[in-house]
Ligand binder design. Sequence first.
Ligand SMILES: [Mn+2]
Length: 425
Amino acid sequence: MRIEKASIKESNDHKLASHNEQLSFLKQQLQPEIDLETIISLLQDFQIAIPSWALGAGGTRFGRYSIGGEPSSLDEKICDVAIINDLTKSTASISLHIPWDVPEDSVAVKEFAASLEITFDAVNSNTFQDQPEQEYSYKFGSLSHIKKKVRNQAIDHNIQVIEYGKALGSKSITVWLADGTSFPGQSNFRTSMKNTQSSLKEIYNALPEDWKMLIEYKPYEPNFYSMVIPDWGTSSMLAEGCGENAFTLVDLGHHLPNTNIEQIVAVLILKEKLGGFHFNDSKYGDDDLTTGSVKPYQLFLIFNELVMGMSNDSSANDLAWMIDASHNIKDPLEDLMQSVEAIQVAYTQALLIDRNMLSQAQNENDVVVCQELLQNAFGTDVRPLVREARIRNGGSIDPLSIFREMNVREKLIEERGKSSRATGL
Ligand SMILES: [Mn+2]
């Protein structure tokens, strides 16, 4: 199903007067030198990819609660992304996970997606679970495995994923490794690192010239003693070892508690090694909760660094923005729309910061003014600006309300059944 333009317009018409009032109230509060038109147009251009694995109910190792009407084919997943995009006009691409979403007929899949105005973002490989047809197991690693034949199988899989991506028009591959150990002494750290680097290099060599390789890190889980790529430093070192089109991907949930993620972002931008983002939120570990639901200030501080990075002529101007969240008590489409909104709010707040005043205060070591500048921006309710950008793009003033008013989930259940299940773990 689609959300018709006419329905969006009708719903917007009811809310437009109130929106305009809120927007003009916000304009009165902001400093006149802030260029709101530029901010709105940056927001209009800002697109966030939806991961194909976040469209069904997520699970934990203790169970999974289905939500009904889940997309059980790739086409249905693309349809779900189109629904979110119809409403938000900010999610015009999908990030596929191979082999959960193998595009059997890439020409047809690409055409179908194009008919819904959806394109293909980064493709993701998967060597963290065994597939029925594969010869060797990844139980003890994939790209880092002690046996070359296992590493070769994992390399071939990644190259295959690049081939699928090429056929769909993707421009990047994200590699996340579950490789590591759960017990001290289980493997030789140096051998694992050497194997990982040389496997990544082989994949990198198969990368088309205009592609990027994004290397994701994670400190623990599923392995609990060591992960072969535990942190951003290891990831950027491996990326450096591959070449200039290899970058680090920051997943917000892939840090130990209280890690200063915004500082990592700043350093990676400085070194031109930041390639992309997986947005989510967490309280304790890799909780994959809705972006901005637990630590909105951290999200804002990250965008503060990103905006600074993007304003310079750097690789930060071409980042892969993706959501990577999945859990089991919300409607995934509503959850994703909440994440999109939180990302846009944090971005807008960061755009409000007066960069000249901030660097002047930093130069004078005026700590109080530095903090005031950040917190004034964070304390501003910028949602009218986010809504204005959405309206100008043809989206909904209030995506969540219209989603419920139109009974979208009920209609999806009617179409696909109560027990349809998205492919994935
Ligand atoms: Mn991730």
